[in-house]
Design a protein around this ligand. Sequence first.
Ligand code: GDP
Length: 305
Amino acid sequence: MLLTGGTGGAKLVLGFHEEAAPEDLVVVCNTADDSVVHGLHVSPDVDTIVYTLAGLIDPAKGWGIQGDTFTVLDQLRRLGNETWFRLGDRDIATHLTRTRLLAEGQPLSRVTAALCAEFGVRSTVLPMSDQRVETRLSTSEGELSFQEYFVKARWQPEVLSLRYLGSEDCRASPGLLDAIREAAMVVVCPSNPVTSIAPILAVPGVREALRETSARVAAVSPMVQGRSFSGPAHRLMATLGVEASSAGLASAYHDFVDVLVIDQGDRKLRPAIERLGVGVRVASIRMDTLDDKKRLARELLRLVD
Ligand code: GDP
């Protein structure tokens, strides 16, 4: 089982898809970035994972469908709509389908399973919850949704605090807590710990299930020498009350993670991480090529053997 956000996590998910039996994979996705765009329910992290597993992802952008066109978006702009959140034409078909199925009363987990079936995805993709959870950021430019902060404002505003609206009252997707308890292995992907992993951990029961599972729980750091490989993760770690480093990550995850995989460039952090009771594996965690992704997945699979 893997816990993931979108672009960074998807790299490792693809590695596992290539190195393990796809039908054995359960991929739990953050949905706190979901938003309604032009009246359509968009689930960015779920879609990135589904498109990745279906072989459709645009590898250059890390989101959307490869070769997609933007005719609808261009026309929306002509009609005076805001179009900073980019949606391709074929991608819009996914959102139209999801929005229709949700409007017909199906829960997001069932809608996601139906989309996976249509796309020929054999792994199980589970949104973290069927209920709405929303990351809200209090910033130097006022209160923003995740997409307003990340896409529109290009993560430039200073973030003062952050909350996952609705998380206290939501329920984990059907089968999610049992899947954690029964997993052969749990991997926390190198996703943004604050905006991708923390919302999943905020779903009632998830953190407890991760502490209780007899499966080995491994996490991969999304940063080296205090800097994320991409995006604002290192800038946001202070909102979790931890330092911006792989050691800070270990303190945020120490109650449920058995082993943290860190980059060679962070090897001097090993003693500090081990003092938290978290094991350390030093490896190449930058994933540029498919080979990098597969090698890291194999490294993690070896941890359970
Ligand atoms: P988002 O939902 O699109 O923000 O995607 P994620 O949360 O899944 O991933 C974002 C994180 O992935 C960032 O914190 C990056 O530092 C991390 N990341 C991106 N590329 C790599 C990589 O090649 N290796 C590792 N270890 N982390 C990466």
